[in-house]
Design a protein around this ligand. Structure first.
Ligand code: EPZ
Length: 430
């Protein structure tokens, strides 16, 4: 089992290049099978979730040709099966995007019902409500969602909760439905816009993505395209907080600063200096971070996927902060791990009260999920002494070469798989 071992206390300095957005990639890969033509996707992040998604697609007959680690040619002309295996949905919930894509293209799909996950219960009732509104018959049989329709017909739909997944899934199915669909109370996240832009580049007619009303006129056929995925704003934000927490100065390259507004605003509030350029942001940390209150919200609010990272920063800040998690109910598990490093916090319902300490100290901890895991790496980089992090497979689901990129900024971190490697690391880092 791989672990990260970190010798903390080194301020991060230098430049880091951000990859393509994982969550946009997952929607775009699914949408790519909606045409029989070849589709070229570039700026693809080479992370575990993306690779599992490609395996799931290849299992139903999609031709997957990985041209480079960051580009793939796909062809959905010979799909022989509309059933996705449980093995894949178990590993990666977002394979449910194949439901919307297959239903739109073939008017039928079968995908195992995803279970709960580490960050909360994560229902998919809204996705199903949307498919039903488009005229599909949806039933749950033997643990799978079975959706089929003679014809999908455009509809007017209001989403009760703002949901990224439901917005993308319904948008995909509606792109090949007959007539006009209006989806209200949509998610506005940059990856929703990216999937809409991608579908439009294949000939779909989708307007309004990025606002709360998306209007779609269905088309019969989609065609070939070449498309480059947007940069990952969560990967970018994670490195920005790594700079802030370690007292560093880092230039984060290949980003869209507009997508980072909520993160930048909180970094300023906790005392960092942030310089924005066309496709780069530089974060310069203060001597000591200040406390702040934060509440996660759908975009353009402060992202839930950046909640653990700011939580780690606040655990070292001067004063007491209140963090409210309003999207997922189970996203504070990292605070128990952080307590092992000397942080002080109290969780009541969806609120955490975090009292800053001058110094975290290294400990053996585990990554509870993807973003929490990345945040704990930041804690390890900021702490005095050595931190070992277990269950880093979660982190590898969404961060490409995380340890390598951090080493490029001067961090002392290694991915190890034996005690011998741990001893070697200790010897090298003194
Ligand atoms: C996406 O998940 C992301 N995943 C998550 O990223 C991210 O945390 C989340 O959006 C919020 O931004 C992907 O894009 C693959 P939602 P998703 O539907 O689509 C409720 C990461 O770390 N809801 O926007 O599953 C739900 O319970 C991951 O990269 C329903 O009630 O999230 C939640 O409270 C983790 N019914 C809220 O909506 C539904 O049918 C928002 O969830 C669907 C959602």
């Amino acid at each position: 089992m791989e672990q990260y071992i970190i010798k903390g206390g080194v301020p991060l300095h230098g430049e880091v290049e951000i990859g393509g957005a994982k969550n946009a990639a997952l929607g775009i890969l699914a949408a790519a099978i909606m045409t029989d033509d070849e589709v070229l996707i570039e700026n693809l992040p080479d992370v575990r979730d993306v690779n599992v998604m490609l395996e799931a697609m290849s299992q139903i007959g999609v031709k997957v040709e990985r041209l480079t680690p960051h580009s793939v040619m796909l062809c959905g002309a010979n799909i022989g099966d509309v059933n996705i295996e449980y093995e894949y949905i178990k590993k990666i919930r977002a394979s449910y995007y194949l439901l919307g894509a297959l239903l739109g293209k073939y008017k039928k799909a079968e995908v195992p019902l995803p279970g709960g996950c580490n960050i909360g219960s994560r229902p998919i009732d809204l996705h199903l409500k949307g498919f039903k509104a488009l005229g599909a018959k949806v039933s749950i049989r033997n643990g799978s969602i079975c959706a089929h329709a003679e014809h999908l017909k455009g509809c007017h739909l209001f989403l009760d909760t703002v949901s990224v997944g439901a917005t993308i899934n319904i948008m995909m199915a509606a792109a090949m439905a007959e007539g006009r669909t209006v989806i209200e109370n949509c998610a506005k996240e940059p990856h929703v816009v990216d999937v809409a832009n991608f579908l439009n580049s294949m000939g779909a007619n989708i307007k309004g993505a990025g606002t709360d009303v998306i209007r779609i006129v269905g088309v019969e056929k989609l065609h070939m395209t070449e498309y480059s995925i947007i940069p990952d704003q969560i990967e970018a934000g994670t490195f920005m907080f790594a700079a802030a927490c370690t007292g560093g100065d880092v230039l984060v390259k290949n980003v869209i600063p507009k997508h980072l507004e909520a993160t930048i605003s909180k970094l300023l509030e906790i005392g960092c200096r942030v310089e924005e350029f066309d496709t780069e942001v530089r974060v310069i940390a203060p001597k000591r971070l200040s406390c702040a209150n934060v509440k996660t919200l759908p975009y353009p609010g402060y992202p839930t996927d950046m909640q653990p990272q700011i939580g780690v920063a606040l655990s070292m800040a001067e004063g007491t902060s209140i963090v409210t998690e309003s999207i997922f109910e189970n996203r504070f598990k990292y605070l128990d791990e952080l307590a092992r490093m000397g942080a002080t916090s109290k969780v009541e319902g969806n609120t955490a009260i975090i009292t800053g300490t001058d110094k975290l100290t290294g400990a053996r901890i585990s990554a509870p999920d993807l973003r929490a895991g990345a945040a704990l790496v930041i804690a390890g980089l900021s702490a005095e002494g050595v931190t070992t992090i277990d269950d880093i497979v979660y982190i590898q689901r969404g961060y490409e070469c995380f340890d390598e990129k951090l080493r490029g900024l001067g961090a002392k971190i290694e991915c190890i798989s034996s005690q011998r490697e741990a001893r070697k690391f200790m010897l090298m880092t003194g």
